[in-house]
Write a protein that binds this ligand. Structure first.
Ligand code: BEZ
Ligand code: FE
Length: 320
């Protein structure tokens, strides 16, 4: 007899099942048969992936002693995820995000390299063809929010400044919405600029505020059913690219934000938490901009890019 035990986090047993040796053998034989069915595949990597997928999927089904009703609910759920997905909404990516699968894929593919800035989740709100601004320009484009001066440098891992790096930035407005979530085709709170001859950059953005991921669909219902919040910690997105360097997709987060410890897509990394220093009204601005009675904030983000020649992944240690 083999006993399998599933326990809820509070220690309550939610399923103890005795599995006979005969039953075990039946289940193991099926797993092996399905894995073997990929032996004729000519693509070595695809064979490896499919066999591993079957091995883990079957292990999950057997481990939790999945009921047929639960399997049907899972199929129904995935069907709903498919139905709500279209050109403007990608519920599968959202599902991957809230399960930490996006972040884990990012971790696997962005191995730490020297002091290179850490990557985090891309999110669904980047758009191509953002407006270009000069250094010191304003990305807000009319979006509501407290002005925030952001400045820093772009350098390589040897500390050499990288001039003319392309810096894409995008963020939600103070109501928690990206421009693409409005129906009026506005382009706001996004832009691109280039680091100057000394690798420095600066721009006006908005002080980031927390916002929920889209939660009116099946992923939102899953979060509600499991008692999870849809909120993301306040952040400002960056994508930085330069010839010879690994493109960096990341955010900066606001130090002190109470959501830092439970960002719903698990995107927060300590190294990305940044001081957004509050500046009372009438504090002189770095570029002489007059903000009247409005307070503002300022943040510094020095970016270090890894070379694109290094392996993105550590050597695999698992055999087929
Ligand atoms: C975002 O930061 O924009 C985002 C990331 C993952 C899911 C939803 C939104
Ligand atoms: Fe975001």
């Amino acid at each position: 007899m083999n006993q399998r035990l599933s326990s809820a986090e509070n220690g309550t047993s939610v399923g103890v099942t005795e599995v006979s040796d005969v039953q075990n053998a039946i289940e193991e034989r099926l797993t092996q048969t399905v894995m073997n069915s990929f032996d004729g595949c000519q693509d070595e990597r695809l064979t490896f992936l499919m066999k591993a997928l079957v091995r883990h999927l079957h292990a999950f089904i057997r481990d939790v002693r999945l009921t047929e009703a639960e399997w049907n609910s899972a199929i129904e759920f995935l069907t709903e995820v498919g139905h709500i997905t279209d050109d403007r909404r990608q519920e599968f990516i959202l599902l991957s995000d809230v399960l930490g699968a996006s972040m884990q894929t990012i971790n696997v593919n962005n191995v730490a390299h020297g002091d290179a800035t850490e990557a985090t989740v891309f999110g669904p709100f980047f758009t191509e063809n953002s407006p270009r601004i000069d250094n010191g320009g304003d990305i807000a484009g009319g979006a509501a929010g407290q002005p925030c001066w952001v400045e820093g440098t772009v350098a390589d891992v040897e500390g050499r400044p990288i001039p003319h790096a392309r810096i894409e930035v995008w963020e939600a407005d103070e109501d928690g919405f990206y421009d693409v979530q409005y129906t009026d085709n506005r382009v706001a709170a996004r832009a691109h600029l280039f680091s100057d001859d000394d690798g420095r950059y600066r721009f006006w953005g908005l002080t980031p505020t927390p916002y929920p991921i889209p939660h009116d669909g099946p992923v939102g219902r899953m979060l509600a059913a499991t008692g999870r919040s849809p909120m993301r910690a306040s952040h400002l997105h960056f994508m930085v690219s330069a010839p010879g360097q690994r493109t960096l997709v990341t955010h900066i987060f606001v130090r002190g934000d109470e959501l830092l410890s439970h960002d719903t897509v698990f995107g927060v990394k300590d190294s990305l938490i940044t001081d957004f220093a509050e500046q009372p009204p009438h504090t002189p601005t770095p570029d002489g901009r007059q903000l009247g009675e409005q307070s503002w904030s300022r943040a510094r983000f020095d970016i270090v890019l890894a070379p694109d020649t290094i392996a993105t992944q550590p050597a695999a240690v698992h055999a087929g």
